[in-house]
Ligand binder design. Structure first.
Ligand SMILES: [Zn+2]
Length: 297
């Protein structure tokens, strides 16, 4: 199976070091540290584009208590830093532009894409947990950025990942794809939705299929997963067999949903193609992997 974007396991996350502030500081000042900046949810890339990584001396101008220790790649320590949300990007003294990760990911090496996704997930979580969810007082970052602790009541919060089920539903030689109104015209994809509290993942697959398409599904088979930090998801990919075929878009999340044969899908264009024809989801998305895996059978 193709390696999915954002899934390369390139860092030793070294969780045992997170509580050792002295050791983390030593790694930061070792001269080999690499720091991933994030400004207004954007990463710094150069014109190639290729991710441009800020090194420590340039980062000293920023608040280092906000750094997240990501881990070690061989002996190289990696950190992430959220830059102040100014209107114009700060000058880091390195060439490049701040870009949304998904806009440039197809042009990044896979190992760097995985590190940038991890950095993005951590820094967006940090931004959204500036205050205690229990008493509302300011939070302080702890464990090298991997937890927050309330400065008043001591309540601790840890980075969270929201599970999303994404399913290719099949019946005989057809599969079921839907589209949301906000997607590029003509693009269709697999059926997806958040797992709810108190719900088994297989139950979420069946519930989402019923809510969004009116289809009952039987056997549910896990295929693959993909971190999706937009802002905080893990995509859990499934194949499911339909028990019924009559479509009704019950919750209005999809503006359309249809059964397509393999030969129909083979005529689909790419997501960003101009024109009005049917289009596939992006090559780097798990939905595409699910569809192509089925097409290849
Ligand atoms: Zn509190």
């Amino acid at each position: 199976m193709t390696t999915l974007t954002y899934t390369l396991d390139v860092l030793d996350r070294a969780p045992a070091l997170r509580g050792d502030a002295e050791a983390v500081r030593a790694l930061l000042t070792s001269g080999s540290a690499r720091i991933v900046p994030l400004w207004n949810e954007r990463h710094l890339v150069d014109g190639t584009p290729r991710a441009q990584i800020l090194s420590f001396p340039a980062a000293q101008q920023f608040d280092l208590t906000a750094l997240v220790f990501l881990g070690l790649a061989s002996d190289v320590p990696w950190f992430a830093l959220r830059l102040p949300g100014s209107e114009t990007p700060p000058d880091l003294g390195v060439p490049g532009e701040f870009k949304v990760l998904n806009d440039v990911v197809a042009l990044l090496p896979g190992d760097e894409a995985a590190i940038l996704a991890y950095a993005r997930a951590m820094l967006l979580w940090q931004r959204n947990h500036l205050h205690c969810g229990r008493c509302g007082a300011p939070n302080a970052l702890t464990e090298a950025g991997h937890s927050t602790t309330c400065t008043v009541c001591g309540h601790r919060t840890f980075p969270r990942t929201d599970p999303v089920v994404i399913t290719l539903i099949t019946h005989e030689d057809k599969c079921l794809l839907g589209r949301q109104a906000i997607w590029p015209p003509g693009m269709y994809s697999c059926i997806a939705g958040f797992v709810e509290p108190g719900e088994a993942i297989e139950t979420a697959v069946r519930r989402e299929a019923q809510e969004e398409t009116g289809i009952d599904v039987g056997e549910v088979r896990y295929m693959a997963s993909q971190p999706w930090p937009f802002p905080a998801s893990i995509m859990l990919g499934f194949r499911a067999a339909a028990l019924t075929t009559a479509i009704s878009c019950n919750d209005q999340e999809l503006e359309d949903c249809r059964w397509f044969t393999k030969s129909e899908i083979r005529t689909f264009g790419e997501r960003n193609d101009p024109g009005t024809g049917f289009k596939l989801p992006n090559r780097y998305a798990i939905a595409r992997l699910l569809i192509e895996g089925w097409l290849a059978e």
